[in-house]
Design a protein around this ligand. Structure first.
Ligand code: ATP
Ligand code: MG
Length: 398
């Protein structure tokens, strides 16, 4: 009986041929509506390819507009382009939200050249030095993308950026390291020195939100790769494009399409209809960023859960820190975790603010001392709560 059930599930008709083509990390063959931006980026790298000099470029734009995928696509082309000109150029893409300290970034780079590098035992300076020596020794060049750099700089300051810029210059050899910085806004530029600031301002590729038409083209292209022919109705694509166009966010649009497809399979519908898209919309929100939430540390997730719960229960716009701490302790107890102390909680909150997950403001009440008001940006807290409960269940109860 179970054998049959297994076979039935495996052989069951699905609307998908390959779901993974809809996941956020997948780099599609073609970028739709980004040719101009690709050309602009290429133009900035002309001196790098022609004269083996170095370059610094900034890519900015709001959430889900293709900053990461543009840089990766460009990186893929860079290697063969350098090869055609008889030199070696590597491309490394580092997400600075995940690799959140200078050590982690530099370790990631150094271990690209030395995969057996032990996880500990080197200072950031040594790691950088190792990389520079490797590049010099092999007469190689490197283009490094520092993705989501705004969060990183907010937390760590700009020193990493400076030491990377200086790194290969000081050794007297040509500067072998080019940098592509990616950020949501250009606010982080304010903390940089005027020279670096002005380089980035001049060498900048700005991506705008996608329109409904553009989103529809992106969805159609991806649907071709992910679904069986004709499995997605045209109306479904235009509905999703319309929904997502309010944010101009392609990641959100693709996630809606994926969910809609999963609903279609659940119902064994054989086709993805607008109704599936509507159901998907009730479950996905562009500002409930799954990958960001899932990469938080355990106690940051617990704090976030406590915050979402308080906001839902009180129906208010914000929660005071004392109140949040209590709710956090309750959450810790529920998940069998020992709660952290005051100072640590403040550190977590600072980081979560840096990630754009929460908003922290003075309480505005004279008797509340250091107390602050904490709120979340415009997201449905119920959805946030559910998402965190899912994550925590996986993490804590294994
Ligand atoms: N022009 C495009 N053509 C095809 N797919 C695209 C395009 N732009 C974005 N996408 C897809 O949309 C999703 C989001 O894009 P990406 O991750 O590059 O956004 P981002 O600007 O880096 O967002 P964030 O600020 O959140 O990091 C990815 O799955 C990406 O492949
Ligand atoms: Mg990105």
């Amino acid at each position: 009986m179970y054998g049959e059930m297994l076979e039935e599930e495996i052989l069951r008709e699905s609307v998908f041929v390959d779901q993974s083509k809809l996941l956020p990390d997948y780099v599609p063959e073609r970028l739709v509506h980004r040719d101009e931006e690709f050309r602009k980026l290429s133009g900035f790298f002309r001196p790098v390819l022609e004269n083996r000099s170095s370059q610094r470029v900034l890519i900015t734009g709001p959430v889900g507009v293709g900053k990461t995928v543009l840089a990766k696509k460009f990186g893929q082309q860079l290697l063969p382009a350098a090869k055609r000109r008889n030199f070696r150029m590597d491309y490394i893409h580092v997400n600075c939200r995940k690799h959140r300290t200078p050590f982690m970034v530099l370790h990631r780079i150094a271990s690209y050249y030395n995969p057996r590098l032990p996880p500990r035992g080197f200072s950031p300076e040594e790691l950088l030095d190792m990389t520079v020596r490797w590049l010099n020794g092999h007469d190689a060049y490197l283009t490094l993308t520092l993705d989501e750099l705004d969060f990183f700089v907010q937390q760590n300051g700009p020193d990493l950026l400076y030491s990377l810029s200086r790194a290969t210059e000081e050794s007297g050899a040509p500067n072998r390291l080019s940098i592509i910085a990616i950020s949501r806004s250009d606010r982080f530029l304010n903390v940089l020195d005027p020279a670096t600031q002005s380089t980035f301002m001049h060498n900048r590729v700005r991506l705008d939100k996608y329109s409904a038409r553009q989103l529809s083209d992106i969805l159609a292209q991806r649907a071709k790769e992910a679904f069986k022919p004709d499995a997605v109705e045209e109306d479904t694509i235009s509905l999703i494009a319309d929904i997502a166009s309010r944010w101009g966010d392609a990641r959100f649009a693709l996630e809606l399409l994926l969910r809609a497809g999963m609903f279609a399979d659940e119902e064994r519908a054989g086709k993805v209809t607008p109704e599936h898209a509507r159901r998907a919309k009730a479950e996905v929100h562009p500002e409930v960023r799954r990958e960001v939430l899932s990469e938080l540390r355990l106690h940051e997730q617990l704090l976030m859960l406590a915050l979402a719960r308080r906001l839902r229960i009180t129906g208010g716009a914000y929660v005071l820190t004392g109140e949040l701490e209590n709710a956090y302790r309750v959450a810790c107890e529920e998940y069998g975790e020992k709660h952290r102390g005051h100072t640590q909680i403040w550190q977590y909150l600072g980081r979560m603010e840096g990630l754009g997950l929460i908003d922290v403001r003075p309480s505005g009440r004279p008797h509340h001392g250091r107390s602050k008001r904490i709120s979340v940006p415009d997201v449905p807290v119920g959805m946030l709560e559910k998402e965190l409960e899912k994550l925590l269940k996986k993490k804590v109860k294994g």
